[in-house]
Design a protein around this ligand. Structure first.
Ligand SMILES: [Mn+2]
Length: 347
């Protein structure tokens, strides 16, 4: 048996069986067990797509008491406002009080659950994730750091539960897979990723329409905002032992000036990380006064998950994040100080 990454290891057969048996032990129907799904704060395409795809799968199995939620303000980025299964999504204060089972999607650490960490008291907690920094909280761990997206773990579990992929489930899982692989460009884009994508597309979903909606549609103001944020980028060629770092920042005042929501900033890490003169790219996004959400990317010389974990966050070797405090300059200085210690090879 292989894992979703297509290689042996990762998730054991005992863990898959524990998850399957936990779900099969639940009572379906309108008087059945309450099933609570949760993903991380500020949910991205993988978190939402994986969670909603699984929620729809549970409905197909006859479970009617299924709710999905995430911590914090109940606001979805515009590109995800057409996902199938959104009727199963509720604000965090409408999550079940005492669900029989909790399934957690794309969450590497309890800090990403906010007030919903109370759900960890449920009798059964299953964690589906692919972050190398996963702290192995919860009861059953379907965690494979070599999987490109949490949606691959969802596909593995739905398959073992006998749920066929239909177009609605497939659209959710495709959005998850396409966003976490950067449209099938990142290093974990394995044969298993394309094999799953092939099965998803075979259900009749339209990848062109989905990609246009998710990746290639933004308000005019978002484009103008991007111009300003990219225009103030700084290049530090001596950082990371001479491999270089490029960084920029965006404030809440920037968002206000162009009347934009925070999600429009997420895509800006891509032009920043394309800079040839820098291995490391940093995007510092204001969350509150003196509080910043920091995105880190590496081309390979630096393990940015080490930097993120050292600063209280997490992620993957080439893509990670953390919450920073102070001014953008102070936050970037903290990153810079850790970069030399996080080089993955030296020349
Ligand atoms: Mn993910």
């Amino acid at each position: 048996m292989t894992t979703p990454s297509g290689e042996p290891g990762g998730v054991t057969e005992a863990e898959w069986s524990a998850a399957v048996e936990a779900v099969r032990g639940l009572a379906p129907g309108p008087d059945g067990d309450e099933i609570q799904l949760v993903c991380h704060v500020n949910p991205d395409g993988d978190a939402l797509g994986s969670m909603l795809g699984f929620a729809l799968g549970m409905r197909r199995l006859g479970f009617t008491r299924v709710r999905a939620t995430f911590p914090g303000e109940f606001e979805l980025p515009v590109p995800y406002q057409n996902l199938p299964g959104l009727d199963l999504l509720v604000p965090q204060d409408e999550a079940y009080a005492r669900p029989a089972i909790v399934l957690i999607f794309d969450v590497a650490a309890v800090s990403r659950l906010g007030d919903l960490r109370r759900l960890l008291a449920a009798p059964c907690v299953i964690v589906l994730d692919h972050h190398a920094s996963n702290t192995r909280f919860g009861g059953v761990h379907l965690v494979d750091p070599r999987a490109a997206a949490t949606s691959m773990m969802v596909d593995g579990l739905l398959g073992r539960l006998g749920v066929p992929l239909d177009a609605q489930i497939a659209e959710c899982l495709y959005v998850a897979l396409a966003t976490d692989t950067g449209s099938f460009k990142f290093e974990l884009t394995t044969p298993a990723v394309h094999e799953l994508a092939a099965r998803l597309v075979a259900t009749g979903i339209r990848p062109g329409d989905i990609s246009r909606r998710i990746f290639d549609t933004r308000p005019f103001g978002a484009m103008k905002l991007a111009g300003e944020v990219l225009g103030r980028a700084c290049l530090d060629p001596t950082a990371a032992g001479g491999r270089g770092m490029v960084w920029t920042y965006a404030t809440l005042a920037d968002l206000d000036r162009f009347d934009q929501r925070p999600y429009v900033l997420d895509a800006l890490i891509d032009p920043v990380r394309s800079v040839a003169e820098a291995d490391v790219a940093v995007l510092v996004k204001q969350a509150a006064e003196n509080e910043w959400g920091v995105s880190l990317r590496s081309k390979g010389a630096v393990d940015v998950s080490k930097v993120a974990v050292a600063l209280g966050g997490g992620g993957h070797r080439l893509a990670a994040g953390f919450t920073g405090y102070g001014t953008p300059g102070e936050v970037v200085a903290q990153v810079r100080a850790l970069l030399d210690q996080s080089l993955t090879f030296s020349t």
